[in-house]
Write a protein that binds this ligand. Structure first.
Ligand code: ARG
Length: 525
């Protein structure tokens, strides 16, 4: 994917520029669609080429683009070459574009975009993602909810890219009676407790699962070993109060000190994190370990990683903290309780009310379940729209708008496309005439479908879901507009078939994207 078009353009460029095609592929990007004008399908940024070349003289990119374009020829794939602001633009043969994109979407199914040339040669890694991690004795709050949905997204994305992912829920259980019991029973106790809680319920909607439940108390003994090890390396300093610290002031922050032992000899949060990290390395031999928590723990993780480093564990650099911001104003109608069961109840109630007021709402077999799925989609989209690190103001009304850029809108679009397929069946779909999909709305959709791999690539690089969110919202807007003008009913079978094919491709990509985000698409609402 982008259906090999990028490679084909790169091959031609490679002859002219005398560079291997592999070096060029990432400089060629699908052009985002524009409301105002027709755009080319791909563009090469001359700037990024110069970066490739390590040429720092930076000649006028406009002139460079024109010179380069003159040396290139149209062929069976590229039907038009033009230049823009420092770019060379490529238009793909329309019939080929239509056919290839739609065939690829259907053929690759849930893997569409993930088999792209952008990901080729990507080494398979062992990745540990630690997320959710509530404190057993306290109630699960909004921060843990955020950690759960963000961690789930990161794990989904990494897994979809072919990595081997281990999902860990590291429970804050220090001081709990569970922790005093033997390990086997301890875990059993946790699971039982979790199963009867709203937390478990949330995991089942969201489709979240964990490969390992562990807890801080699990590292009681191992923390003592860590303290001994630190001491033997001369890194542990006793204070007059009888506590023990590690001095990290040599790492840039002169005030950085981390306490690892209380005066009674017991461990602290950071000590247990050291023990847990070392244990996970032994167990999983990970290439990357990702911790998802609120940004308040940024310094904590910085210190933990620094301590691992000075203890001589080179793999400390494989550890990464993904911090997120605070959600403000998540209040239920009863008050400002922001615990999980309240959020889930509120979602269900509000959605059921919303759905009852919509004229378009279908008679549903399981309205509760639909309400919950749509509601969670709303919550997730609201949460994933901005940078993860930003704080945001929560508003129930904004979250549940069915027309705005919300999860409700995505679910609504998915349900509508699904019902289109149900109404007209797939009988039309065997063959289709690409000439029937050449009006601007269809071409915009095809061009947008072409970009899915780039969006996945971006999110995989910075671990921010917002690229995928904004892509899916645009896709849904495009589908909405097309739905109004590209009739399926009453048209010639050839046209109807082609349009159904297009709508089916949109639904498939929409569903793929939603699932990556942790949303279960609904077929009716
Ligand atoms: N239980 C902790 C809390 O609620 C979060 C744990 C984060 N993970 C870790 N390895 N320290 O604040």
């Amino acid at each position: 994917m982008a259906c090999g078009f990028r490679r084909s353009i790169a091959c031609q460029l490679s002859r002219v520029l005398d560079l291997p095609p592999e070096n060029l592929i990432k400089s060629i990007s699908a052009v985002p669609i524009s409301r105002k004008e027709e755009v080319a399908d791909f563009q090469l940024s001359v700037d990024s080429l110069l970066e490739n070349n390590n040429d720092h003289s930076r000649p006028d990119t406009q002139v460079q683009a024109r010179k380069l374009a003159e040396k290139l020829k149209c062929d069976s794939v590229v039907s038009e070459i033009s230049t823009g602001q420092g770019t060379v633009n490529f238009k793909i043969n329309r019939e080929l574009l239509t056919k290839t994109v739609l065939q690829q979407v259907i053929k690759d199914g849930s893997k569409y975009g993930l088999k792209s040339e952008l990901f080729s040669g990507l080494p398979q890694k062992k990745i540990v993602v630690e997320f959710s991690s509530p404190n057993i004795a306290k109630k699960f709050h909004v921060g843990h909810l955020r950690s759960t949905i963000i961690g789930n997204f990161i794990a989904n994305l990494k897994e979809a890219l072919g990595h081997q992912v281990t999902r860990i829920n590291y429970l804050g259980d220090w001081g709990m009676q569970f922790g005093l019991l033997g390990t086997g029973f301890q875990l059993f106790g946790y699971e039982e407790k979790l199963q009867s809680s709203p937390l478990q319920h949330l995991f089942e909607r969201l489709g979240v699962h964990f490969d390992e439940y562990s807890g801080e108390s699990f590292y009681r003994e191992k923390s003592q070993e860590v303290l001994k090890l630190l001491d033997s390396k001369g890194l542990l300093q006793k204070t007059i109060k009888g506590t023990a610290i590690v001095d990290l002031s040599g790492n840039g922050d002169p005030s950085s000190i981390c306490t690892l032992m209380r005066s009674d000899g017991t461990s602290l949060y950071a000590t247990r994190d050291l023990a847990a990290a070392i244990d996970r390395m032994d167990k999983y031999n990970f290439d990357t370990m990702i911790y998802v928590t609120d940004k308040g723990q940024k310094k904590h993780f910085q210190q933990v990683f620094q301590m691992l480093q000075i203890m001589g564990y080179d793999w400390a650099e494989r550890c990464q903290h993904v911090p997120f911001g605070v959600v403000q104003g998540m209040k239920t109608r009863k008050g400002d309780v922001t615990f999980l069961e309240d959020v889930l109840n509120e979602i269900r109630l509000r959605m059921l009310q919303n759905m009852a007021s919509l004229k378009t709402t279908k008679v549903l077999e399981n309205p509760q379940e639909t309400a919950e799925r749509v509601g969670l989609a709303a919550l997730i989209i609201q949460d994933f729209k901005g940078l993860l690190l930003s704080d945001y103001q929560f508003s129930w009304d904004r979250v549940f708008q069915s027309r705005g850029d919300t999860g409700v809108f995505l679910q609504y679009t998915h349900a509508r496309l699904h019902s289109l397929e149900e109404t007209f069946g797939c009988g039309y779909l065997n063959d289709f005439n690409t000439a029937c999909l050449q009006e601007p709305q269809s071409v915009s959709i095809l061009q947008h479908l072409l970009r899915f791999d780039e969006v996945l690539y971006r999110s995989s690089q910075d671990l921010q879901p917002r690229h995928i969110v904004s892509y899916l919202l645009t896709l849904s807007h495009l589908a909405g507009m097309a739905h109004k003008t590209l009739y399926v009913k009453d048209g010639p079978p050839e046209v109807a078939g082609a349009r159904l094919h297009l709508f089916r491709a949109v639904r498939s990509v929409l569903a793929n994207g939603m699932k990556l985000l942790g949303i279960t698409p609904v077929c009716r609402m």
